[in-house]
Design a protein. Structure first.
Length: 296
């Protein structure tokens, strides 16, 4: 039913085809970077400029109970009651990549509802928290003024994909630390191969709490958007993203169908027993179950 609704929206022209009228922003960063506070400040700026905003926040799910707090909206008190803003927290449900499986479809629905700016906030940051890059126009990395050693784990995998880096908490005693981190990332980005012909990643210093640098950062994001549109790379990016989302859905559906297949289930108990007794390796167990595919 959900896919039927989405298809009808596309066919009826309710999903905006003009890429210059909608803007998808991916936001990631380590815990404590101030992502929710940033969304609150940036959201107010976007609305004050006469536009609107939808926020799709993905919360981590417990690996033991499967539950999620879904409390992002409580940290966006002004934005949460603004009629020009829509905030939707969703559980990650064990999905890798920092986003929920249907986040891309949720963004399409928000666009169909008339929202011009979509912010997708990921669970957190790490080597695997980069799936959001495959569903947004611009990838923004928000960083706290932490010590360099604390950020080593994210420097390579995610920085290769970012378009803009914003170092937060540029106020009070934290200003020297923010300057240092911003300088480090400015230097590091010079050695990265650019994703696009028309754009090299840039670094900005901001304070979400005191609303410092938010307007400058938003202007930079708009500059990125215009450069991508004029070069034709944004249109091609959207096309490639739709193909990637198709393959992602295929992979998920194939795995679910495989798990529910009667022949696989018939062999599963025997394979599990052998695995627990250490009679076979996990690799051999997987091969034994996958061999069932030849009989399907």
């Amino acid at each position: 039913m959900a896919q039927e609704i989405l298809t009808r929206l596309l066919q009826n022209g309710q999903v905006e085809e003009d890429i210059s009228k909608t803007f998808r922003i991916g936001l990631s960063g380590p815990p404590g970077a101030g992502k929710s506070t940033f969304i609150e400040a940036a959201g107010q700026h976007i609305i004050n400029e006469g536009s609107n905003l939808a926020v799709l926040a993905v919360d981590p799910s417990s690996s033991r109970t499967g539950g999620s707090l879904l409390g992002d909206k409580t940290r966006m008190q002004n934005l949460g009651v603004n009629p020009q803003a829509y905030i939707r927290p969703s559980p990650a449900c064990g999905e890798l990549g920092g986003v929920a499986r249907n986040t891309h479809e949720a963004a399409v629905l928000c666009e169909a509802a008339g929202y011009k700016n979509i912010i997708i906030e990921t669970v957190g940051v790490g080597q695997s928290e980069i799936a959001v890059a495959d569903m947004v126009d611009v990838f923004l990395l928000l960083l706290p003024p932490s010590a360099g050693d604390e950020l080593q784990g994210i420097k390579r995998g995610i920085v290769e994909l970012v378009d803009v880096v914003a170092v937060n908490k540029y106020d009070g005693d934290m200003k020297p630390a923010v300057r240092r981190i911003a300088a480090e990332y400015t230097s590091a980005l010079k050695f990265m191969t650019p994703k696009y012909k028309c754009w090299r990643p840039r670094v900005r210093r901001i304070s979400s709490l005191n609303n410092i640098g938010i307007d400058d950062l938003w202007e930079l994001l708009q500059e990125f958007r215009h450069e991508m549109i004029n070069s034709g790379e944004l249109l091609e990016l959207r096309r490639m993203q739709r193909e990637k989302q198709m393959w992602s859905q295929i992979e998920f559906s194939l795995i679910e169908s495989f798990k529910k297949n009667p022949k696989v289930l018939n062999n599963l108990s025997e394979v599990n027993r052998a695995l627990r007794r250490r009679e076979i390796t996990p690799g051999s167990a997987a091969e034994r179950l996958l061999s069932v595919l030849n009989q399907l």
